[in-house]
Design a protein around this ligand. Structure first.
Ligand code: RET
Ligand code: FE2
Length: 367
């Protein structure tokens, strides 16, 4: 739990306190964060075997995860302003989010056409930020007490986003590079040009620097949390945080990158975000408070269905527009990633707005 709000003017932090919706919140934490994390831990032996298999296994897993929940997790963004802010109409909510998606998504696609290598690196950086942002919100929702300041939450963001984006580069650079070549290869048709173009990204210094940042941030974050526990914060929340970080470290060290990220995207990031969204839908939150996870999920699926299809249309359009064409499984992954990149920038903006509304980055004052 964050520091209690001080003074009568301070607003509550609904992501980390509030008794009224506590049963719904703890149901969400269990079903959408804790159990999936335990499932990922149980999958570690499977992950450890994946480097022995062809990368196509990873591509199929990534596609399946994106089909199942990955795409859907952002497909209710148009309802987020409506549900998270008083006084926003449905029409305004849809209009604002549609404009953000068209402008920002269009800019991302243009960036891939104009400067594919920089756009790819930017997408990895954006995902680092976004997946870290998602986990910081999940930790707040879980009510951990060892992250009472925004600085500590930012450090968690660096760790949690760095695990999926940085550790595979440290542990499996060849497959990481292959994916970069596939993505850039959609936009540069000459044979061998993509491999040469991504060279500057894969110098040993990048790998060292990225690995160093993730290791240092992990040690600093776990250490700072321990200091908070010594100062009276709940040990349970800290152990949960450190345990999740340990599972993610093991997962991304052991599993082949495309497989690892495919599973993580669906089972970890997307599910956590879906859980968070069910809490801002009063109908779903009511079902969750009564322990009815299935009904909450059914409501989410109904809301997300139309724009999940829309998301796949975006991916298909990227495939049709790619100058080099789409032929091999690698191209399919590449076109999905570019489509996802276009959807991710506006999704990050909507999520950041929700974070702000919920006081994720201003613990103790939020709401
Ligand atoms: C697959 C894959 C990569 C990139 C994945 C990314 C960047 C996924 C982003 C997904 C998002 C942002 C989903 C929305 O929340 C790497 C790391 C380049 C190399 C290893 C394999
Ligand atoms: Fe997301």
């Amino acid at each position: 739990m964050t520091e209690p709000a001080k003074g009568s003017t301070a607003r509550r932090d609904p992501a980390a306190s509030g008794e009224r919706d506590e049963p719904a919140r703890s149901t969400v934490d269990r079903w959408f964060a804790l159990y999936p994390a335990l499932a990922l831990a149980a999958l570690l032996p499977v992950g450890a075997a994946t480097p022995l298999f062809p990368v196509e296994l990873g591509v199929a897993t990534f596609a399946l995860g994106t089909l199942a929940v990955g795409m859907a997790h952002g497909a209710v963004d148009h309802l987020v302003p409506l549900r998270a802010a008083p006084g926003v109409s449905l029409r305004r909510s849809i209009a604002v989010v549609s404009v953000a998606y068209a402008v920002l998504g269009g800019a991302v696609v243009a960036a891939f056409f104009l400067a594919p290598v920089a756009a790819f690196a930017g997408f990895v950086a954006l995902t680092w930020l976004h997946w870290g942002q998602g986990d910081a919100a999940a930790l707040a929702l879980a009510g951990v007490e060892h992250l009472p300041t925004s600085a500590e939450r930012w450090l968690s963001l660096v760790v949690r986003g760095g695990l999926p984006m940085g550790v595979p580069l440290l542990a499996h650079p060849a497959e990481y590079r292959l994916v970069a070549e596939w993505v850039v290869g959609l936009f540069v048709a000459e044979p061998g040009a993509a491999a040469a173009a991504v060279d500057p990204l894969f110098v040993p210094e990048t790998r060292l620097a990225v690995g160093g940042v993730v290791i240092a941030a992990t040690l600093a974050s776990v250490g700072a949390g321990y200091v908070r526990v010594r100062g009276g914060a709940s040990q349970r929340g800290w152990l949960r945080d450190a345990g999740e970080v340990a599972v993610l470290w093991a997962w991304f060290l052991l599993a082949a990158p495309v497989f690892a990220i495919g599973v993580y995207f669906a089972l970890w990031h997307a599910l956590r975000h879906v859980g968070r969204l069910t809490l801002v839908d009063p109908g779903a939150a009511g079902a969750l408070a009564a322990g009815d996870v299935r009904r909450a999920l059914a409501r989410f699926a109904r809301d997300a269905a139309p724009l999940t299809l829309g998301g796949f249309l975006v991916v298909g359009t990227v495939g049709l527009a790619a100058p080099a064409g789409v032929a091999a499984p690698g191209d399919l992954l590449a076109m999905s990633l570019v489509g996802i990149a276009a959807l991710t920038l506006p999704h990050v903006v909507v999520t950041a707005w929700l974070d702000r509304r919920q006081g994720i980055w201003r613990p103790g004052t939020g709401g």
